[in-house]
Each structure stands twice: as structure tokens, then as C-alpha cells.
Design a binder for this molecule. Structure first.
Ligand SMILES: C[S@@+](CC[C@H](N)C(=O)[O-])C[C@H]1O[C@@H](n2cnc3c(N)ncnc32)[C@H](O)[C@@H]1O
Length: 335
């Protein structure tokens, strides 16, 4: 699976040089950050947990519902760690130079790694170490998005698609041989907050992927096996949906969000599966059908896809057209 240079980086200089610069910024948008907090809040269920924030900065994203006994931060930037209000203690330690974690066996209830796994050049050794320092039944939670410091991310990560990265992180857990089967949660395609600095690009909120498992040997776990996405928008009830679908011919409105459908030119190429010239599509980026679709498709094994509602006026038929991004298909809008 790995080639000799899989874990090489564009910038191979000492990591302490790159991380000497203070970065009191958030690496993902505010909606994605709330999702990170929610995931941590749902999965860290211990009453007074001892937590390690692995590759920590100035914010550990712990929700106020967690009352930890101790939170240790391990990272590379002193000022950020010193100003992280969640931490009870912290240390600078370069995992790429030395993947051994300076803690005794069975110390932590939870080890969290947020938007940083892409910078590990020796992930298998680190994940094995995480297994050693976790208590039996303890949680290892790896959360990531699709943004990165390109020059410091390993080649394998940069060259992988988002879905492949999920498989890669699952593989790290599996290869360590000390964890239960990793679970995956994803949140994708949610509207970007309007005040966000990238909102004008029309891109969705940063996706969040979480891969997590427990160290083997714990008692029966009360941790949720599967997280539900409480941020998914509601759909109209089925009866109402059927009524609206039957009326699309006259209303030309999306039955899921009621937005006006736009006339869309069907691509005329040998790969097109449609034999008509125009269809009507819902191009509302906040349509619940589209927003939910990322999760539905993922659960069916189609990572990185959702779908938009479409109406075929020739056959008077409602269908869905798969999309890999919010921008896809928009070049075909006619009116
Ligand atoms: C993108 S930041 C994420 C910080 C924090 N986890 C968060 O969610 O905001 C990446 C972090 O990884 C840490 N890091 C990068 N390379 C590291 C290394 N070789 N050893 C230890 N920590 C490292 C840096 O100190 C930095 O805080």
C-alpha cells in the first residue's frame, strides 16, 4: 500500500521551523468547528476524562459539556499551547522525529487528533503508541477536513481523494491491531456560514470526517456506535412530497425545497445517459435533498457524491442527477 516516498513532504525541513510561527486562527469554518465539538461531546462519555490532544494548537474544541480531570496538549508551538485554555498541561514534542509518546501505558480515556493526521510521517508508529497509552476501552478519535498546509502534508495524503483518506486512516487503526473496528462519520455539503471569508466563492462548509475506535479490552461500551447527523435539514413528509412531485409539471418547483427549477441543457456526449435536450434542475445549494445526499451516497459506498433533484419534461418524470461538487452542472444552466 505504501511506496518509499509515501510519507515525504514538499517541505522536509525541521517541523519546529514551520510551526515556530504562531497561528491563532481556525483551520476550518465555524459550522465545521461546531460539528467537531459536537462529535467530541458525543464520543467522550466519561465523567471526568483524562484527555490527550495530540498535535494540539490553541483550541482543543472541547464542548462545555465535558468536565475533564486533565487535558494534556502535545504539539509544536509553545505560544499556542500556553494559551490553550482547555489544557491542564502541555509539551512540545516532534512526533515525526520521535513517534514514541512520553506517557505511561493506560493513561488516557481519550486521545483526540484534530485536522492534523495529514502531517504525520510515521502514523503507524504513532497510532500504535496511542493504543499503548490509552486505557482499555479508551477512545481514539481522528477528525480531519480537506484543508491543509500543502508543504507539510505527506504525499500519500495530498495524492488521495477525500474518500481514500478515510480508508487510509481506517487502515492506520487496523494495522495497529489494538483497536475495535473503526467507525466513520462524515458531514459534508452543509451551507457555509454567510459571514465566512470564503462564502462569496459559493463553496459549502468544510467537510468533516471522523474516524474513531476504542482500545481493545474495555468493558461493554456505552459510546455511540454510530453518530447521527443532527445538522441534516428536514425533508417534507412523504405524503406532501408525493403531492409536490405530482405537481412539478405545473409548478416547476423543487418538491424538496420549493425553489424554482432552472432549465438545464443536457450534455450531448456519448456518456450522457439522457436522450432529451433539456431538463429542469434544482440548483439551490441549500436544498435538503442535496445536503442530505452526501451522507446517503456515502452510506451506499459512493464517497464524494450527492445529487440534485431533476425533472424530465418529456416523460413527466422526477429523477436525480449525481454531482461531485456544488459547482458541477451549473455551466449547463440555460435560464
Ligand atoms: C492544522 S494545526 C491543528 C491544530 C489543532 N489540532 C486544531 O484543531 O486547531 C496542526 C498542528 O499539528 C501540530 N504538529 C504538526 N507537526 C507536528 C509534529 N511533527 N509533531 C507534533 N505536532 C505537530 C502543530 O503544532 C499544529 O498545532
Amino acid at each position: 500500500m505504501y511506496s518509499n516516498d509515501s510519507f515525504s513532504r514538499l517541505d522536509e525541513s525541521d517541523d519546529s521551523i514551520f510551526y515556530a510561527t504562531d497561528r491563532f486562527v481556525q483551520h476550518i469554518d465555524s459550522f465545521a468547528l461546531k460539528t467537531v465539538e459536537r462529535i467530541i461531546g458525543e464520543l467522550v462519555i466519561e465523567d471526568d476524562p483524562v484527555i490527550l490532544d495530540l498535535m494540539a494548537g490553541w483550541d482543543s474544541h472541547l464542548p462545555s459539556t465535558i468536565q475533564p480531570k486533565r487535558v494534556v496538549g502535545l504539539g509544536l508551538n509553545r505560544n499556542e499551547l500556553a494559551q490553550n485554555e482547555s489544557l491542564t498541561d502541555w509539551l512540545c514534542h516532534d512526533l515525526n522525529k520521535n513517534p514514541s509518546l512520553p506517557f505511561p501505558d493506560n493513561t488516557f480515556d481519550a486521545v483526540l487528533n484534530v485536522v492534523s493526521v495529514d502531517y504525520m510521517t510515521r502514523p503507524l508508529e504513532v497510532v500504535r503508541e496511542v493504543g499503548r497509552i490509552l486505557k482499555p476501552g479508551g477512545l481514539f478519535l481522528v477528525i480531519f477536513s480537506n484543508r491543509m498546509f500543502e508543504q507539510k502534508a505527506v504525499k500519500l495524503w495530498r495524492h488521495s481523494a477525500e474518500g481514500e483518506r478515510v480508508l487510509l486512516v481506517e487502515e492506520f487503526f487496523n494495522q495497529a491491531g489494538i483497536f475495535t473496528r473503526p467507525q466513520v462519520f462524515l458531514s459534508k455539503g452543509k451551507p457555509r456560514p454567510h459571514e465566512d471569508k470564503y462564502a462569496h466563492f459559493g463553496i459549502p462548509s468544510d467537510p468533516i470526517y471522523a474516524v474513531y475506535a476504542e482500545k481493545n479490552g474495555g468493558e461493554t461500551s456505552a459510546r455511540p456506535k454510530r453518530l447521527t447527523d443532527s445538522a441534516l435539514p428536514d425533508l417534507p413528509d412523504l405524503k406532501e412530497l408525493e403531492r409536490r412531485k405530482a405537481a412539478v409539471k405545473d409548478t416547476l418547483q423543487c418538491p424538496h425545497c420549493s425553489e424554482k427549477l432552472l432549465k438545464w441543457e443536457v450534455p450531448q456526449n456519448p456518456f450522457s445517459q439522457w436522450d432529451l435536450e433539456f431538463m429542469f434542475l434544482c440548483f439551490n445549494d441549500e436544498c435538503p435533498y442535496l445536503v442530505r445526499g452526501w451522507d446517503v451516497m456515502y452510506r451506499q459506498g459512493n464517497t464524494g457524491l450527492s445529487y440534485r433533484f431533476a425533472y424530465d419534461p418529456v416523460r413527466d418524470q422526477c429523477l436525480s442527477v449525481p454531482v461531485p461538487s456544488l459547482q458541477a452542472l451549473k455551466e449547463g444552466i440555460v435560464e
